[in-house]
Ligand binder design. Structure first.
Ligand SMILES: C=C(CC[C@@H](C)[C@H]1CC[C@H]2C3=CC[C@H]4[C@H](C)[C@@H](O)CC[C@]4(C)[C@H]3CC[C@]12C)C(C)C
Ligand SMILES: C[S@@+](CC[C@H](N)C(=O)[O-])C[C@H]1O[C@@H](n2cnc3c(N)ncnc32)[C@H](O)[C@@H]1O
Length: 362
């Protein structure tokens, strides 16, 4: 009897400890940034709960070869990217924050501050004035847009292909009291619903890498900019250290492409060439990841224990039917992707912050 009582006490204690811990991580714990999402609120974006698994399978079906990264045709890319963001947007917000990009680590500063500084650097390059009309091409849920609007007083118009991100971004803008400065449009940045010469400046942060042909998005941005105005972009590229004959390098880059909805990563050499081809003058070009900048990928590596914890939370929530079924697969895919990205950083063959500043001539 006494043994049974002890066993029961042990069981109840374990239940309270694990149950309490699980409740905390699933219901109370949010992203390091302004709390937007908890694990219990994870969804499949615009996809119905029961369609998430199908959406995940559809994402992989876009690749012509399951082990290769060729996508059937480039006109399928916007739908492929849209499906991807339906699947990952909530997980990104929950596990990363409202800014869907990297930034160099800054000693003594939090990730949140380092993120803001990386975003504000773009504004400083553009020399924005209050009241200017600025385009954010590929705005996500608007983390950068809000930081830039608050920092500069400029009016930002963001465009994203994903309807769910539009909803999230508008809600965040309202909550932050920035909805009078920030507008969000659902659309394709390869064919934007904006008039020629209608923006005083433009930026894109880790977004144009999704375009099958960089030329197409740069040409479209060039079209909507007023003559004399500036455009800055942070591009995902392979660096001069990438060797396409090294199977390990190729595997890392293919891994990054597969887990991040990228048709094909470009070389750093292509960026200025394409910008010039569409008519821009290249003012400045620099890989912001190069020393003395500190590694951008440490946050990914430091997060490994947290990813395991997240994996348990997501698996249990999906098993309980609270999170959509396919969310576990999506989370596992991101888990693997984080590893490839960190390897890309460690080897130096990849950078997510190849900065280019261009001007549309007068
Ligand atoms: C610019 C793009 C996205 C860049 C990053 C914001 C995201 C790239 C990989 C993502 C993540 C990987 C691991 C996830 C982890 C397993 C989970 O528990 C919590 C979320 C992650 C950390 C997630 C967060 C966002 C990324 C770092 C691309 C798509 C062009
Ligand atoms: C990695 S996120 C970056 C978002 C944002 N710049 C940030 O840093 O938080 C890439 C963004 O590009 C958008 N995007 C990709 N392809 C697009 C397209 N063809 N048209 C419009 N938006 C696109 C995605 O919807 C997503 O919002």
């Amino acid at each position: 009897m006494e043994f049974f009582n002890e066993l029961l006490t042990l069981f109840c204690t374990a239940l309270v400890v694990f149950g309490g811990g699980f409740f905390y991580f699933a219901c109370l714990f949010g992203s390091a940034e302004q709390k937007g999402k908890n694990a219990v609120q994870l969804s499949g974006g615009s996809l119905a709960k029961e369609k998430v698994q199908e959406g995940y399978e559809q994402y992989w079906s876009f690749f012509r070869h399951p082990n290769g990264n060729e996508i059937d045709t480039s006109d399928k890319v916007p739908a492929f990217v849209d499906t991807f963001y339906n699947l990952v947007t909530d997980i990104y917000e929950w596990g990363w924050g409202q800014s869907f990009h990297f930034s160099p680590r800054i000693s003594g500063k939090s990730h949140r501050d380092a993120t803001r500084m990386h975003e504000e650097m773009a504004v400083n390059l553009l020399d924005l004035k209050p009241g200017a009309r600025i385009l954010d091409a590929g705005c996500g849920v608007g983390g950068p847009m809000r930081a830039i609007a608050a920092h500069s007083g400029a009016n930002i118009v963001g465009i994203t292909i994903n309807e769910y991100q539009v909803k999230r971004a508008r809600a965040h803008n309202k909550k932050a009291g920035l909805d009078s400065l920030c507008e969000v449009v659902c659309g394709n940045f390869l064919q934007m619903p904006f008039a020629d010469d209608s923006f005083d400046g433009a930026y894109s942060i880790e977004a144009t890498c999704h375009a099958p042909k960089l030329e197409e998005v740069y040409r479209e941005i060039y079209r909507v900019l007023k003559p004399g105005s500036l455009y800055v972009s942070y591009e995902w590229v392979t660096t001069e250290l990438y060797d396409s004959d090294d199977p390990e390098h190729v595997e890392i880059i293919r891994g990054i492409e597969r887990g991040d909805a990228l048709p094909r990563l470009r070389s750093y050499k292509d960026i200025a060439e394409i910008a010039t081809k569409v008519g821009f003058e290249v003012v400045k070009e620099k890989d912001l990841a190069k020393p003395p900048a500190e590694p951008w990928w440490t946050r990914l590596k430091m997060g490994r224990i947290a990813y395991w914890r997240n994996h348990v939370v997501v698996t249990v929530l999906a098993w309980l039917g609270i999170a959509p079924k396919g969310v576990t697969d999506v989370h596992d895919m991101l888990f693997v992707t984080a590893d490839y990205l960190a390897k890309g950083g460690d080897t130096g063959i990849f950078t997510p912050m190849h900065m280019i500043l261009c001007r549309k001539p007068e």
